[in-house]
Design a protein around this ligand. Structure first.
Ligand code: HSE
Length: 311
C-alpha cells in the first residue's frame, strides 16, 4: 500500500449563468494541492497550510479537506488508519472558483488512492460534498462534482444525487477575472430569493436545455446565448464593483457569454481561441484597474480530467 501522495484538484466555475446549483465545469488552472501521509494510529492532523494568508481553519472538524477525510474514514473498515494532511492553496479563497471544493476533492481523491481505491467515485463525491458544505453552509455539488469528474457536469437531482457528465466542445476557452475582493458563499447564498417568477423560470428552462444541446453540438455561439442568469446575477452583481462594466468589456471584446462564477467575485467568459481569451482578459482587467481594484486573470481550456496525482 502506498503511504504518501500529492494531488492537484482544479478550480471550477459553477452556475454557468443559467444553472444555479446545477451546472459547473472545471478549468485547468488554478487549483489546490493536498499532500497526504498515512498514519497507523487513527489520527487525522493538518500539518501545514500554505498560501491561505492564515485564514483557513486548522481544526480538522472545520477544514473542508479534513472534514471530507473524516467522512471517508467513518466508512472505512480499518479504524487504525489516520493521515497527516498538508494543504497548499494555489488559488484564491472566497473567489467563487470553488476553492473549498478543490481542497476537499484533492484530499479524498488522494486518500482513496492510498486505500487502494476502496471507494467508488460516487462515494468520493459524497465525502467531498460533505467537506465542502462546512465552508459554504449548504449542500451544493456544482463545484465538487466538476472538480472531481472534470469537464461539464449537470446535477439533475440532489436527493438522491444524480450527476450527468456533459461533453466538452473543442476549442472552448474560458477567461476568468478574479477581482481582489472576498465574497463568502454563505453570505452570498442568503441573497438568493427563495422564489422566482414563472417568466424567469421559463427563460432558465430554455437556456439550460439549450446549453446541454450546445455542448453536444459544439455550438459555442448558442452556448454563449444561454449564459443568462435571472437568479444569482441580479442578486449578487452589487457585491462585485463594476460588474456590469466588466461584463460589457468582455462581450464587446468577443466573449460568448459572461457571468459571475459561483457566488463571485470571479467572472468568467467563453471564447473560441486563446488569443481572444487573452484579449477578453485584458479588457476586463482594464475596468478593474481603472477603478483601483487589483485582479488576476486566468486563461484556460476546460479541464476534462479532474484531479491528478503529482510528483
Ligand atoms: N452554486 C453555488 C452558489 C456555488 O451559487 O451559491 C457557490 O460557489
Amino acid at each position: 500500500m502506498k503511504k504518501n501522495i500529492k494531488v492537484f484538484a482544479p478550480a471550477t466555475i459553477s452556475n454557468v449563468g443559467c444553472g444555479f446549483d446545477t451546472i459547473g465545469f472545471a478549468i485547468d488552472e488554478p487549483g489546490d494541492i493536498v499532500s497526504l501521509k498515512l498514519r497507523t494510529d487513527g489520527k487525522v492532523r493538518i500539518t501545514t497550510i500554505t498560501g491561505d494568508k492564515g485564514v483557513l481553519p486548522t481544526d480538522i472538524k472545520k477544514n473542508t479537506a479534513t472534514v471530507a477525510i473524516l467522512e471517508l474514514l467513518k466508512s472505512y473498515k480499518d479504524k487504525s488508519i489516520g493521515v497527516d494532511v498538508e494543504i497548499r492553496k494555489k488559488m484564491p479563497i472566497g473567489s467563487g472558483l470553488g476553492s473549498s471544493a478543490a481542497s476537499s476533492v484533492a484530499a479524498v481523491y488522494g486518500m482513496n488512492i492510498l486505500l487502494d481505491n476502496y471507494f467508488s467515485e460516487k462515494d468520493i463525491l459524497d465525502f467531498a460534498i460533505k467537506g465542502e458544505s462546512i465552508a459554504s453552509g449548504a449542500i451544493h455539488a456544482d463545484n465538487v462534482a466538476p472538480s472531481l469528474m472534470g469537464g461539464f457536469v449537470l446535477i439533475r437531482e440532489y436527493n438522491p444525487l444524480e450527476i450527468i457528465k456533459l461533453p466538452v466542445p473543442k476549442n472552448l476557452y474560458c477567461t476568468v477575472i478574479y477581482p481582489h475582493i472576498v465574497i463568502e458563499t454563505k453570505k452570498a447564498r442568503k441573497l438568493i430569493k427563495k422564489q422566482i417568477p414563472i417568466v424567469s423560470a421559463r427563460k432558465h428552462f430554455g437556456n439550460i436545455g439549450s446549453l446541454v444541446s450546445a455542448l453536444y453540438e459544439e455550438d459555442i455561439d448558442l452556448l454563449g446565448r444561454t449564459i443568462h442568469d435571472e437568479i444569482s446575477e441580479p442578486a449578487r452583481a452589487k457585491l462585485i464593483p463594476n460588474f456590469f462594466d466588466i461584463k460589457k468589456a468582455a462581450l464587446d471584446t468577443g466573449a460568448y457569454g459572461c457571468s459571475i462564477s459561483g457566488s463571485g467575485p470571479s467572472i468568467f467568459a467563453f471564447s473560441k481561441s486563446k488569443s481572444v481569451a487573452v484579449r477578453i482578459g485584458k479588457a476586463m482587467q482594464e475596468v478593474t484597474t481603472k477603478n483601483g481594484i487589483k485582479s488576476n486573470i486566468y486563461i484556460s481550456k476546460i479541464n476534462k480530467v479532474g484531479p491528478r496525482v503529482i510528483k
